[in-house]
Design a protein around this ligand. Structure first.
Ligand SMILES: Nc1ncnc2c1ncn2[C@@H]1O[C@H](COP(=O)(O)OP(=O)(O)OP(=O)(O)O)[C@@H](O)[C@H]1O
Ligand SMILES: [Mg+2]
Length: 604
């Protein structure tokens, strides 16, 4: 049996249309409806123009034969002119209106993506497949409006036109109405194939596109390019970039060739049908079944009909087909499973208890954290130490509630984190992350990002800056708190250590009962690091804190120390207790003492 891959279930074009329509109508309801009504009139105005042409030709022929007066012929000409003017005016309006709606709808669709991202579990961002879904959704969003507009135009513009023309041709000679079907069916079939081919293309090329965008950023982005150049990586990245581009082009070429060949065959069929209709028309004229005026108008209009059908099928339906894959990805993303933690109760501040906690990253082999039991008492400072990759960062993400354990439980004040809303979980939590952010904004904004709207007094800013070992009066900040920390926006850049102090000030600025510091001082010189920790210990006396650090000299300030090894909590106790034991902590401590040139104490 064919396995149905997760997220690959097909969403029909009509379901996609229905879902997107709802967003568009909400974005600009009045404009949207006016646009549809005018499009219907626009479509019919083309048919009316054809009828006016017939009337004018008939009267002109009549005038030449002396059976129709000059004034009646002139009246037919004025009618034709008027129909043409109305047609052109409606054409202009109908070209302009969608652009206005597009702008509003685009903003709504972006908001839908952002809101969705906010409702996903944070661990989703460690899942390559999900990252791909987000990337695909962004691509789909750019096609969404024209996807809807193109399909709608088939119903609100072309269909009224074809129905009107069908009725008109039928009234002249029933077989002529078949012209519409003969031209339509083969070209429509070609597009069905096209939809399938391009849907598949979008699925297979999305991972390639992500790679190619990444390689490009390694060559040109400010963040990467210095290292890429200096280490001579430029040519390697260029090769990877070109190889991926080549692969994408090959995929695209194959898909385009396949659908174009089928389309060519279908078009030949349509042209055959078109010639047949012209023959029937000629035959009807010779037999006197249609007037000369009707012959001229229909001759002209069947040509226009064919051109319009081409426009619908190859232009509009072609675009729909091409973008259908991207649109489906966009809708699949909106359907992704959301965090169930929305709108749930608040825990309040208390002990944090971990019971048999295990966690594995999506698609990663094995567990990053295995069977951890630990209680962080209210107001306690806990240090977490261990070698690289031992699970420290993962553990603190579990403690904070950012990640939900794969098994076991994390309770904040007695309530499991998985039943708490993110808003209530994080309301009184602050953090300085190992990979902290460098916001390209002013120094003040960088510090107050958690409560910019509240505003902040200079006194409070000075207090947190002093704690983090930074000072807005420093020459590094020529405009004090208003210094723009970005070269791109005509500001200044900081050294790694200066940036880290800003991140620490940001963590200290946020009101908190629990603070999490993941190697917050890795880029800061040892002297300043000690000062920061001492100041931190003073203000954290009555708050819970978890500090991850490799510098064991600073962990003594913690009430207890948790030692991680290969995902497991192997030791827990005070510095004195742990140093007295034969174990991982003393091994790490002794190794560092040697680095600092301290004399080694006899073991035990
Ligand atoms: N996003 C991820 N996806 C898959 N595996 C991951 C991810 N992040 C970490 N891991 C794995 O989980 C394990 C623990 O990683 P973690 O970042 O918690 O270690 P750490 O103790 O903080 O290391 P370091 O001292 O280097 O910061 C490692 O084996 C790592 O390879
Ligand atoms: Mg880490």
């Amino acid at each position: 049996m064919k396995e149905v891959k997760e997220g690959q279930r097909d969403i029909s074009i009509f379901r996609a249309l229905w879902k997107l329509l709802a967003v568009m109508v909400k974005a600009a309801p009045v404009l949207f409806i006016v646009d549809i009504v005018l499009s219907v009139f626009h479509g019919m105005s083309w048919g009316v123009e054809t009828m006016m042409q017939q009337r004018f030709f008939d009267r002109a022929v009549g005038m030449a034969g002396g059976t129709v007066s000059f004034w009646r012929a002139l009246l037919a000409l004025v009618g034709l002119g008027l129909a043409n003017v109305i047609c052109q005016v409606l054409n202009g309006i109908c070209n302009f209106m969608p652009m206005v709606v597009e702008r509003r709808a685009g903003a709504r669709l972006s908001a839908a993506i952002h809101e969705k991202i906010a409702r996903l579990e944070p661990a989703v961002f460690d899942d390559t497949k999900r990252l791909e879904d987000i990337n695909k959704a962004e691509e789909g969003k750019t096609h969404a409006f024209w996807f809807v507009e193109n399909i709608l135009s088939i119903f609100d513009f072309y269909l009224p036109y074809f129905l009107f023309m069908g009725w008109y041709l039928f009234s002249l000679k029933p077989i002529l109405a078949a012209a519409i079907l003969i031209v339509f069916i083969p070209t429509a079939l070609a597009q069905v194939i096209r939809t399938k081919v391009f849907s598949h293309l979008e699925d297979v090329s999305a991972p390639q596109r992500r790679k190619y965008e990444y390689y490009e950023s390694c060559i040109v982005d400010r963040e990467y390019f210095k290292e890429t150049r200096l280490l001579g990586g430029f040519f390697y990245f260029k090769k990877l970039y070109l190889d991926t581009l080549d692969c994408m082009q090959r995929l695209s070429y194959k898909a385009t060739m396949k659908s174009n060949l089928f389309e060519l065959a279908m078009r030949l069929l349509a042209v055959g049908g078109y010639c047949g209709i012209l023959f029937l028309l000629y035959d009807a004229l010779m037999k006197g079944e249609v007037t000369v005026g009707a012959f001229a108008a229909v001759f002209h209009s069947v040509g226009a009909l064919y051109a319009i059908m081409e426009e619908v099928v190859c232009g509009h339906m072609g675009e729909v087909a091409k973008s259908a894959g991207a649109i489906r990805n966009f809708l699949r993303f909106l359907d992704l499973e959301e965090s169930t933690r929305q709108g749930m109760q608040s825990a309040g501040w208390g002990d944090i208890v971990l019971e048999n906690v295990c966690f594995s990253y999506p698609d990663a082999p094995g567990e990053a954290v295995h069977n951890v039991n630990l209680t962080l008492k209210r107001g306690e400072t806990l240090a977490v130490v261990g070698e690289n990759g031992s699970g420290k960062s993962t553990l603190i993400r579990l403690i904070s509630g950012l990640y939900t354990p794969s098994s076991g439980s994390v309770r904040h004040n007695g309530i499991e984190t998985k039943s708490l809303s993110f808003a209530s979980l994080f309301a009184r939590t602050s953090a300085v992350f190992q990979k902290y952010q460098r916001y390209q904004m002013t120094l003040e904004e960088n510090i107050t990002i958690s409560a910019v709207q509240k505003g902040s007094g200079e006194k409070e800013l000075n207090r947190v800056c002093a704690m983090a070992g930074t000072d807005a009066a420093d020459p590094a900040f020529p405009e004090g708190y208003q210094t723009m920390l970005s070269r791109e926006f005509d500001g200044v850049d900081l050294s790694g250590g200066q940036w880290q102090r800003v991140a620490i000030a940001r963590g200290f600025f946020r009101d908190h009962d629990l603070i999490i510091l993941d190697e917050p001082t890795a880029a800061i010189d040892p002297y300043e690091e000690t000062q920061i920790y001492n100041r931190f210990a003073e203000i954290s006396k009555d708050r819970s804190a978890v500090i991850v650090t490799h510098r064991l000299g600073s962990v003594k300030l913690a009430d207890r120390i948790a030692v991680m090894k290969e995902g497991e909590l192997v030791q827990l106790g005070t510095h004195e207790e742990l140093i007295a034991q034969e174990g991982e902590y003393r091994r790490l401590y002794d190794a560092q003492r040697q680095w600092y040139g301290e004399e080694q104490q006899p073991a035990g």
